[in-house]
Design a protein around this ligand. Structure first.
Ligand code: NAD
Ligand code: ZN
Ligand code: ZN
Length: 346
């Protein structure tokens, strides 16, 4: 089968021909119907050899949708022919965190060698993929896999980040979204649906600001040297109740801290270049603000998102690419010219 693999440190990913996998005991084989391309792929492919821990060659793709085509021995609870999306942050399934559905925070995954698909295990950018357990599948019924697959990460990560801050988003409050890309645009839609907050989006070009407004941002502001002042004019002296930073570089973290209000949540989702930091302390952090850096989301939250998708609340922006054009999708992602999420349709 065809796959898109990262084969050499520092090189572009490439389309390769590899053996079609067969499901082992307890596993499920999916025929992939759609797979999303995430900026985190770009991040891991930018890592120097000594920091790269995902194995080579790596079949990319941690956002996957597919149809169940074969069950491994003993795999039960899902039928052949079911259309599903894949919950990516696999955990052990039995520890306290996993029992809450928070497999993204499984403390045993590392020691057990459990890795998410596309981030260690073979991912979704292929014609077929193996999922380690039926519990990591969420049926999607008649939803379009292409517009639904981004919910597994571009939706799940902001949903998890926003849910924990909902009590702070009262009428009259402001939520700031920095970076209106794959994750950011879904964050804007979720904030509009789940909260009464005014949503202010930031990005680096007029096209992106127009995009942010088109998915529901009340205001869109250029992320430049005057961004703090501009956003502060919108929020008033109280500042923002929630800032979601989907970029995570030093300039955006500084904006996040500069626009956050007293007792706000500053939530840094973007990986940036891995070296940026929030300055925390008296006179640095807004009084009683909480700074956090969450990772992905829980199984139950993905089920909730699929329910919301059935209610029709999302308008997920996707740009479609054939598997053969997957490398181009990564180039567009790196160049920052995508509108929403790039989705590979094998
Ligand atoms: P993306 O490329 O689709 O979106 C990033 C957006 O940020 C783009 O619209 C870009 O124009 C904008 N941007 C770039 N520099 C900016 C700046 N200085 N100010 C404002 N906007 C700026 O990326 P994505 O796939 O949505 O991922 C966003 C980030 O989240 C990445 O860093 C990714 O690695 C990370 N991520 C984290 C998690 C997690 O669990 N913490 C999960 C998924 C992705
Ligand atoms: Zn991702
Ligand atoms: Zn666990």
């Amino acid at each position: 089968m065809k796959a898109i693999q990262y084969t050499r440190i520092g090189a572009e990913p490439e389309v390769t021909e590899i053996e079609t996998p067969t499901p082992g005991p307890g596993e499920v084989l999916l025929k992939v119907t759609a797979a999303g391309v995430c900026h985190s792929d770009d991040f891991i492919m930018s890592l120097p050899e000594e920091q790269y821990v995902y194995g080579l060659p790596l079949t990319l793709g941690h956002e996957g949708a597919g149809t169940v085509v074969e069950l491994g021995e003993g795999a039960t609870g899902i039928e052949v022919g079911t259309n599903v999306v894949v919950y990516g942050p696999w955990g052990c399934g039995t520890c306290w965190q996993c029992a809450q559905g928070a497999e993204n925070y499984c403390p045993r995954a590392a020691e057990l060698g459990i890795r998410p698909p596309g981030l260690g295990a073979p991912g979704a950018l292929a014609e077929y993929m193996i999922v380690d357990s039926p519990r990591h599948l969420v049926p999607i019924g008649d939803l379009d896999p292409v517009t639904t697959v981004p919910l597994t990460d571009a939706g799940l990560t902001p949903y998890h980040a926003i849910k924990r801050s909902l009590p702070k988003l009262r009428g009259g409050s402001t939520a700031v979204v920095i970076g209106s890309g794959g994750l950011g645009h879904v964050a804007i839609e979720l904030l509009r649906h789940l909260s009464p907050a005014r949503v202010v989006a930031l990005d680096v070009s007029e096209e992106k600001l127009e995009f942010a407004r088109s998915v529901g941002a009340h205001e869109a502001v250029l992320s430049d040297a005057s961004a703090i002042e501009t956003v502060r004019k919108i929020t008033g002296p109280g500042g923002a109740a929630l800032v979601l930073d989907f970029v995570g570089y030093q300039p955006t973290i500084d904006i996040a801290m500069g626009v956050a209000g007293t007792a706000s949540d500053v939530t840094i989702v973007g990986l940036g270049d891995g070296v940026a930091h929030a300055k925390v302390g008296f006179g640095q952090t807004p009084f009683e603000a909480t700074v956090t850096a969450p990772y992905w989301g829980s199984r139950s939250e993905l089920i909730e998102l699929i329910d919301l998708a059935h209610q029709g609340i999302f308008d997920i922006a996707v740009e479609r690419f054939a598997l053969d054009d997957g490398v181009e999708a990564y180039r567009r992602l790196a160049a920052g010219t995508l509108r929403g999420r790039a989705v590979i349709v094998p």
